[in-house]
Design a protein around this ligand. Structure first.
Ligand code: S3P
Length: 173
């Protein structure tokens, strides 16, 4: 029985904040792959993208997932919004634990990430950011669905409701 929860979903879906609370409620350890990569590289996500490029960052994500698959138990793992893009990552995510897709609409993302400077893929004017969110969400939706065991539409739910819903799912083998 896989005893980890894995949270996936678009930027701004609440993977980190829900992950921390879920870990507390379920007595598990919280891990965040973005945070682990930042520590490993000693660079911010913005710096990794600007110095090495997106593909390099994606390789770091894949390599980290492989390591986690063989070493992590009894944890809640929140991964970056782009992690499920790669097919091999989707396989690793499902191997790692019960994968929950926190699904959000374009409007929620835009509201929550207004003025955010930490996400290299969502910089630019208001119009540019809206276009980027819309394009990326469309491209990724089917991958999030394919990469998950369960979907929670979080737009109109509060944190407690989301946690309760996740904990009501059976954990997958
Ligand atoms: C990304 C999401 C970010 C981070 C990076 C790329 C993406 O993580 O990994 O900026 O491609 O969606 P969050 O989803 O935690 O914001």
């Amino acid at each position: 029985m896989a005893d980890n929860y894995v949270l996936i979903g678009f930027m701004g879906a609440g993977k980190t904040s829900i992950g921390k609370l879920l870990a507390k409620r379920s007595g598990k350890t919280f891990l965040d792959t973005d945070e682990m990569i930042v520590k490993q590289m000693n660079l911010s996500i913005n710096e990794i993208f600007s110095v090495y490029g997106e593909e390099y960052f994606r390789d770091l994500e894949t390599n980290l997932l492989k390591v986690l698959c063989n070493s992590v138990h009894d944890s809640v793992i929140s991964v970056g919004g782009g992690t499920p893009i790669r097919e091999e990552n989707r396989t690793y995510l499902k191997k790692l634990g019960t994968v929950i897709y926190l699904s959000v609409t374009e409007n929620t993302v835009i509201k929550r990430l207004k003025g955010d400077k930490t996400r290299p893929l969502l910089q630019g004017t208001k119009e540019e950011v809206r276009d980027k969110v819309s394009k990326l969400l469309n491209e990724r939706e089917s991958k999030y669905v394919a990469g998950s065991h369960h979907i929670v539409k979080v737009d109109r739910m509060n944190k407690e409701e989301i946690i309760e819903k996740i904990m009501s799912f059976d954990q997958e083998d």
